[in-house]
Design a protein around this ligand. Structure first.
Ligand code: GRF
Length: 188
């Protein structure tokens, strides 16, 4: 049985979808949900699902990424995960952190990579007049939003879409795509 740690920064809707998917004959189970924000509402959702949680506030580290990551690594390594899933995790990780989990760390990004790495992906797709948008599950490498792609899901961009409309449409796909990709990855 593969052990999965999920890192969140906010509501954790992707974390909930992933955790709910890991039941029955699924080859993995969620063993930890960790956040860089002790107030992340996803932590309470994980606790309700009886999943261990941990939080390390990144703010006191004032930009010392390595020190923050050293603190965050403690509960993660204690959980001995086989796979780490970033799910709405909004901190850029140093190559040092990524290398520890190279080849077994996944992320979901709300665009059809390689288009629109980084932030504000939905507004950028709308501004570009794209007919389609979507989300990508990829392996995490030292280059932001760039690793091998495990899966993508496409949605139409409609003429009157705001970024919020498009984000909501894509989020539905995220909640299907990420569990599908994790299951296939864990079954390798
Ligand atoms: C989602 O748009 C996801 O694509 C991005 O973070 C947003 C919030 O995710 N990575 P969640 O609801 O916290 O899972």
């Amino acid at each position: 049985m593969k052990r999965v740690a999920i890192l969140i920064s906010g509501g954790g809707s992707n974390m909930v979808a992933l955790a709910r998917s890991m039941t029955g004959d699924h080859p993995a189970r969620c063993v930890l949900v960790a956040s860089n924000d002790p107030q992340a509402s996803g932590l309470a959702k994980a606790a309700e699902m009886e999943i261990a949680t941990a939080a390390v506030d990144h703010r006191p580290f004032k930009g010392d990424r390595a020190a923050f990551e050293a603190a965050l690594l403690e509960p993660i390594l204690a959980a001995a995960p086989d796979i780490v899933c970033l799910a709405g995790f909004m901190r850029v990780l140093t190559p040092g952190f990524v290398q520890r989990f190279e080849g077994r760390m996944l992320n979901i990004h709300p665009s059809l990579l390689p288009k629109y790495p980084g932030l504000h992906t939905h507004q950028r797709a709308i501004d570009a007049g794209d007919a389609e948008a979507g989300c990508t599950v990829h392996e995490v490498t030292a280059v932001l939003d760039n690793g091998p792609i495990l899966g993508q899901s496409r949605v139409p961009v409609l003429p009157q879409d705001t970024a919020a409309d498009l984000a909501a449409r894509v989020l539905v796909e995220e909640h299907r795509l990420y569990p599908d990709c994790l299951r296939a990855f864990a079954a390798r």
